[in-house]
Design a protein around this ligand. Structure first.
Ligand code: TYD
Length: 205
């Protein structure tokens, strides 16, 4: 069985770069690595992308349910699913997983945190990650990177104030899952030198 590693963090926190560097290091050691992301490229992910881009507006509970559906597809897809790769001995590195659902939807005051938690942690089809790495970067810095990088600003990237609220949500979620559900979670300061951060991540992995 391969190991399942999840990266979490705000948009603009540098997850993609660090995932690429980790993939390189593990591949150089002879490991089989599969990199994947949520929302997915399946139909469920397409629906979510329409909501995230602001083309469709949907109730936050519906968002949580759609992210769950997308995640089940992601885990169980017979050809490209996470479980299939894990069973073949791949290290699976996933850009976002249910920690995001708990922080973005569950921690929203209009939603119900316990419900989103039960949906995700209680779903028998979703593998529990072996490690979750949260890249912690100042929300102002993240917002600046998003604005410099592209024109379309998504639903959860509207302002540094909104993103600070999401970061606080993440902190509560990560503490809850670490302390009460035995999740292996590390919070890494993502504000420093890219190669130093990569070495620190490799150490934990
Ligand atoms: P992101 O990692 O930014 O993907 P991309 O680089 O393709 O834009 O994720 C898209 C957004 O989806 C991000 O703002 C967080 C949000 N999201 C949730 O709100 N709940 C979830 O369960 C997941 C997986 C993502």
């Amino acid at each position: 069985m391969g190991k399942f590693i999840v990266f979490e963090g705000l948009d603009g926190s540098g997850k993609s770069s660090q995932i690429e560097l980790l993939k390189k290091s593990l591949t150089a050691r002879g490991e089989k690595v599969h990199v994947t992301h949520e929302p997915t490229d399946y139909e469920t992910g397409g629906y979510l992308n329409r909501i995230l881009s602001g083309r469709e507006s949907k109730d936050i509970h519906l968002q949580a349910a759609l992210f769950l559906a997308d995640r089940i597809e992601h885990a169980t897809h017979p050809e490209h699913g996470i479980k299939k790769y894990l069973s073949e001995g791949y290290t699976v590195i996933c850009d976002r997983y249910y920690y995001s659902s708990l922080a973005y939807q569950g921690a929203d005051p209009d939603c119900d945190y316990e419900w989103v938690k039960t949906l995700n942690l209680g779903c028998p089809k979703l593998p529990k990650p072996d490690l979750c790495i949260f890249l912690d970067v100042n929300p102002e810095t993240c917002k600046g990177r998003i604005d410099a990088g592209r024109d379309n600003v998504e639903l959860y990237e509207q302002s540094a104030v909104q993103m600070s609220g999401i970061r606080r949500g993440f902190m509560t979620v990560l503490e809850d899952l670490k302390n009460n559900y035995g999740h292996n979670i590390v919070i890494i300061d993502g504000g420093g030198d890219i190669d130093d951060i990569s070495k620190e991540i490799l150490n934990y992995v």
